[in-house]
Ligand binder design. Sequence first.
Ligand code: SF4
Length: 329
Amino acid sequence: MTKKKGRVFSGARPTGRQHLGNYLGAIKNYVALQDELECIYCIVDLHALTTLDTTKSLKTNTYEMALDWLAAGLRPEETIIFIQSHVPEVTELHTMLSMVVSLGKLTDLPTFKEKARQQPHNVNYGLVGYPILMAADITLYKAGFVPVGIDQAPHLEFTREVVRSFNHRYETDVLIEPQMKSTKIPKVLGTDGVYKMGKSLDNHIELASTPEETTQRVMTMVTDPQRKRRSDPGDPDVCNVFTMHKIFSTDEDVKEINIECRRAGIGCVDCKKRFAENLNAHLVPFREKRSKLGEKPEQVWDILTDGAKRAKRIAEETMIDVRQAVGLP
Ligand code: SF4
């Protein structure tokens, strides 16, 4: 890795093909951070186990996600991209950190309560320890920064508390308290225009879809609900299509639609067609790169294996210090 101004770590569950919400909420930022910091990006398959009923698609989902990350611009020659379970030291650190956090604190966390509500049939031990595994991820790689949106700040604060407890108990400074790399994470609504874009609601637009599939999805997008007829003036400020135009269309397009929509000069069908065209144009380099990489899947697995080797080197060093600090014989 080249000399940069610090190290950043971020992990994401293997959710398969990525959609616009993933892109705008995380991947775009992952790519940008590479210019500034040493980046370690992890596909957190162990975290995924806490909520999965079946692991049949875990491997495919991991591969598809890595493929999307690479096609979107992650540079494996400088950035470490790897699979969490390929560096088992994380589970050892998880065990050590679990000794400095009370059970009551973990079961009181809003994220645990929410998960327990979502899957009452499977309130497993892993769900309780989830935040500790997250803290282990970050601290194992001595990450100084974690990119988080303002609403995720409490999660990072939890890790910082764990680090303080650990360092205090064992009178050490071996673990680093990570700082928040404050990131503006936009809330990307799905095609329904109401809920956050996601696969579970089937309101998503995948980056890897064909231009035709993308256009089809875009044409289903809900627009200004008050605009019932073509002749009704619309309000772009309440329309998710317009929000997307502002991200993917030219300033001229945005300006024109903003005016024409309000005076019913453009219909929603044409407006969505134009957005689909602009989005497809934007995705051309991504799709080209993805299809090229997809011709040799072993290359993607090699990148992940190489990433794990590099990550493991850092992890081993940390664990030597951690074991010593704890006083393990
Ligand atoms: S014209 Fe465009 S911006 Fe206006 S309501 Fe229809 S889709 Fe939305």
